[in-house]
Design a protein around this ligand. Structure first.
Ligand SMILES: [Zn+2]
Ligand SMILES: [Zn+2]
Length: 274
């Protein structure tokens, strides 16, 4: 029932907004996904980063048609990790576009039907989303041969100037994406700008730096190191999967705060995954 509520919420309220001239962020309320590619240079191609929930596909297809033209398809889909709110529409979209889906090799088992994630841990917080999190889908999806491991040299096929960065902790093979030129960071679930455990924060999108969503994070030591790693990149704009984009001095300050007080801000007092 929790998951149905999340799906319903997201389908009524989906919106999209440019975070940079070549980045469109689609916000499905509980999670975001984005299109990277310049609509003024359609020959340059574009890439979809994450795919929202299971009922996000139509919105994504429509947004793609509006931005890149009818029947346009990306050169690839890149997944930050395999959780349900990031892979929700990947089966449908990768089949209908017939494109490869790049993901870290440690996440491959979760998108090729080989391994399930653990059930979410509702004990991490008293927040409503945390309480309903055990109803979130956690079993592996299977996109078969379309799943391709990201190249070992940190490049992202089709995304010139971008690098993928291994940011484990939330999941083993979690990645973020960084573009050196303008220091744009697509953070995935390495950290958030909303308290994802709380329904109130999710609905109001109140900006608040936070760690990775607690109920699904399994390795807090790695998660902390990953946040430090991202802080060290000195991003000027971050697009998180949960919460709104944040930039400039506000981002620098919040990120510093998160690094210096990771235990108080990010880590739950208790968790089954400690
Ligand atoms: Zn996640
Ligand atoms: Zn997520």
């Amino acid at each position: 029932m929790g998951n149905k509520l999340v799906e319903a919420l997201s389908s009524f309220t989906a919106t999209s907004q440019e975070a940079a001239p070549d980045i469109l962020v689609m916000n499905f309320t509980v999670v975001t996904a984005c299109m990277v590619g310049n609509p003024d240079n359609k020959a340059g191609g574009w890439t979809l980063i994450d795919t929202g929930l299971e009922n996000s596909a139509d919105f994504i297809l429509q947004a793609a048609a509006e931005r890149f033209g009818e029947n346009s398809r990306p050169q690839a889909i890149v997944l930050t990790h395999g959780h349900f709110d990031h892979v929700g529409s990947v089966v449908k979209l990768s089949e209908s576009w017939d494109v490869p889906v790049y993901i870290h090799e440690l996440e491959m088992p979760y998108v090729t039907g080989k391994k399930d994630y653990p059930t979410a841990d509702p004990t991490v917080s008293s927040g409503v989303v945390a309480k309903m999190s055990p109803s979130f889908p956690h079993s592996a999806i299977d996109i078969g041969y379309r799943a391709v491991a990201l190249p070992a040299d940190s490049s992202v096929p089709g995304m010139i100037g971008w690098k993928w960065i291994h940011t484990p902790g939330h999941t083993k093979g979690h990645i973020s994406l960084f573009r050196e030129k303008d220091r744009v960071l697509i953070a995935g679930d390495a950290f958030s700008t909303t308290k994802q455990e709380s329904l109130w924060s999710v609905l109001t999108q109140r900006e608040q730096i936070s760690g990775p969503p607690q109920y699904l994070t399994t390795d807090w030591q790695s998660a902390e190191r990953s946040v430090q790693h991202l802080r060290d990149l000195k991003p000027s704009l971050v697009i998180p999967s949960h919460g709104k984009p944040m930039k400039g001095e506000e981002l620098t300050k919040h990120l510093e705060l998160l690094v210096n007080h990771f235990k108080e801000i990010a880590k739950p007092e208790q968790s089954r995954f400690f």
